[in-house]
Ligand binder design. Sequence first.
Ligand SMILES: Cc1ncc(COP(=O)(O)O)c(C=O)c1O
Length: 378
Amino acid sequence: MEEAKRLSGVGKSVIRELFDLAQGKGNVINLGIGEPDFDTPENIKEAAIRALRENKTHYTPNPGIIELREAICEKYSSEYGLDYDPDEVVVTVGACEAMYDVIQAYVNPGDEVIIPDPGFAYYSAYVKLAQGVPVRAKCFEEDEFVLKPEQVQEKITDKTKMILINSPSNPTGAVMGKKEIRGIVELAEDNEIILVSDEVYEKIVYDATHYCAAQFSHDGGVIVVNSFSKTYAMTGWRVGYAIGRRDLISPVALVHQYSVANANSIAQYAALEALRGPQDFVREVVREYRKRRDILIRELRKHGIKSNKPEGAFYLFPNIGEDSREFSRKAINAGVAVVPGEEFGEVGKNNIRISYATSVDNLIKGAEILGKVYREGT
Ligand SMILES: Cc1ncc(COP(=O)(O)O)c(C=O)c1O
């Protein structure tokens, strides 16, 4: 049976292929993972257990329980001075669903969506599923992979429907400054393009400041996508959200309603506790990530690999001077899994994404092996 045309160009990811290869090998140090290695904090787990005991096991309102949407609005008000109403929030099955819904709600066949290169691989898949056209705006290594408004401007045509930004970035860890975010928000407004800002790593920042793109919007034409996955080590719970001006969010809520009805009820109560409960966990893990980032950069350098020093997320994106898939295959055979930069776009064809969401011991051993693979290839 012929599959639907919207699936064309949406293939199995190389990441999967490499990890299948790694699984068969045993003893491979995994520096390819895109999730925190910490467990969900106890208070959050307890809130879920309580919700279960209290039989909060029924359908919830489609956009999510009101308490959670109120807590999300309070967060945006206290952290960014933004005034949202609970009707302007849709609680989704992770940021993945939020992103999928937003794209389904706005992108028609043939519409162009500007996405960063390198950028999270799911973006172009979502655009293709809507039969839109992903257009890549380059983030250059010499700019520390920060997306510049000029690069976005160059890609705007009369077919551009949406611009998607992501700071801190997966895969580079780059954090966009005020100037860049403001510049891109203004470009979107001047050209009547929807701006979607994926801010799932907002709390994992080091010496930089995270700005919410909606802070720079004059007309509220920004949809922010966020998640509990990375901040609270809740990847498996699958809770995220989209937040934006009522008229912009309501088509998103419709896609959400007919695709999943609502996010898991128990997980929504857990997410509520994540926002309302103590935030020490977040501070502690960010301190730990920073320590690991510095150790990994030092160890890589010791073994001949020079890396970028990102201000956010938990990835490095060093240039390894050769085809990234080839290098990653060799690395797996040598005992360490990393993700080829090519997976995230053309700019990363000679880079690898190394995750430091793992133990210091793994980072030290992994860096040594990567150094060996690197030296043998040069
Ligand atoms: C940039 C980015 N956006 C979205 C997601 C998806 O997050 P969630 O677990 O909330 O679906 C990820 C996960 O890796 C990510 O790196």
